[in-house]
Design a protein around this ligand. Structure first.
Ligand code: NAD
Length: 377
């Protein structure tokens, strides 16, 4: 994520285009400072992409008064201490999700960043995907009427790593290293649901570790201690019922690696990363159930593709541009630590639901927008 999506596709692309345009028409450019542990690798990346500044010393980078923003894309377990250092150094913070591994840590980050008056943001890339932006347009246009149901399917087969190398880093499959699909994906589902359909008010989830043993980057077999699939039902404020399956152990039988079907009284849509197909009420087929007669109707042909009407940049880059405008000219960027913390909280409550088998309420709490942090209340 750090290299491909954030450095190459976002920051270097912004730099190559002469920066981000502000409301005033002025442009502000970025000068990345790479920070990591492996000097050789950093030097290689810096050389490859004409990046002048890199260091293995995070403290030194944070002490540089020319640095305005600390961006954290470390593996999840390493995030909180690094973000705390950056807050102490007075830098604005942008971070990958999940913002922390538990709510207590997430709330502490909110308190520290807000007390220091620092801008803070968490990656909410899915909202910037072309498919979900088309969904937003469909909602805003009134296409759906009253939305009552959302069904999401996310996932693909992540190889175990024996005869075929795994496509994802092995830490994702070890609970002790911050892995697990609930903590990985439910923060995404929280912001997708609350921004498009309404805040989540209860969750029932069943997570599982279907593949108990995997092979890591060094070819060593390890116990996969983290959940690799989760099946969940969410009830949203306003009455929408959403169900989302997330799995690293599913063979893809859909057009895209994530798809959401949204059903409303006036129409339905199926959206993915890029595409969006719709079926309005007055073009809905009228199936009748008859197991004695083979149904030759092509139901998939009843959907209409929503055309691409506006240019859409890489989702990560588009959010970077919003965050930079937020820092430089206080432009809108509602995807702050509080929003990130609500995602962490949903993942925690989903894990609790899975352990107990019970549906768990998600009450409004101090991480809602505008509410004081726990320490101040
Ligand atoms: N927004 C998204 O769609 C999305 C997708 C995948 C991952 N992520 C998030 O991005 C983060 C990184 O995931 P990834 O898939 O890129 O993992 P990764 O393992 O490829 O990258 C993590 C990097 O952090 C480095 N690192 C770990 N601990 C460190 C420490 N203490 N000091 C310095 N460097 C350290 C590792 O060496 C590695 O280079 C995770 O928090 C993950 O949840 C987000």
């Amino acid at each position: 994520m750090g290299y491909r999506q954030h450095l190459v596709r976002s920051l270097l692309a912004i730099r190559a285009d002469g920066g981000v345009e502000l409301a005033s028409g002025r442009r502000v450019n970025v000068r990345p400072v790479l920070v990591g542990r492996n000097a050789g690798r950093l030097a290689e990346i810096a050389g490859l992409h004409d990046v002048a500044d890199w260091t293995t010393d995070l403290d030194a980078a944070l002490a540089d008064p020319d640095v305005d923003i600390y961006f954290d894309t470390l593996s999840t377990g390493a995030r909180v201490p690094a973000v705390k250092k950056a807050i102490a150094a007075g830098k604005h913070i942008y971070a990958e999700k999940p913002v922390a591994e538990n709510s207590a840590d997430a709330e502490e980050l909110i308190r520290l960043a807000e007390a220091a008056g620092l801008k803070n943001g968490v990656v909410h890339d899915k909202l910037y995907l072309p498919g979900l932006r088309k969904l937003r347009q469909l909602i805003d246009s009134g296409f759906f009427g009253r939305i009552f149901a959302v069904r999401g399917e996310f996932g693909y087969w992540v190889f175990e790593g024996d005869w075929m190398p795994a496509q994802r880093p092995s830490w994702n499959y070890r609970a002790e290293d911050g892995g697990g699909i609930v903590m990985d994906m439910f923060p995404h589902w929280n912001y997708v649901l609350e921004n498009l359909f309404g805040p989540v008010r209860s969750v029932y989830a069943r997570s599982a570790t279907h593949i108990p043993e995997r092979v890591d980057e060094q070819g060593k077999t390890y116990a996969a201690t983290a959940d690799d699939a989760a099946y969940a039902v969410f009830e949203l404020e306003g009455g929408v019922i959403a169900q989302i399956n997330s799995s690293w152990d599913v063979r893809v039988n859909r057009r895209e690696l994530v798809e959401f079907q949204v059903d409303g009284t006036l129409g339905s849509a199926v959206v993915g990363l890029f595409g969006a197909r719709i079926q309005p009420r007055n073009a809905t087929p009228r199936p009748t159930w008859n197991p004695d007669v083979k149904d030759e109707h092509d139901y998939l042909a009843d959907w209409h593709e929503v055309p691409d009407t506006i240019p859409m940049a890489n989702a990560f880059r588009a959010q970077w541009e919003d965050f930079i405008r937020h820092v430089v000219e206080d432009g809108p960027h509602p995807y702050d630590f509080r929003s990130g913390a609500r995602g962490v909280r949903l993942a925690e409550l989903a894990a609790r639901s899975s352990q107990t088998g019970a549906r768990v309420d998600v009450p409004p709490t101090q991480v809602e927008p505008g509410r004081p942090g726990r320490q101040e209340s």
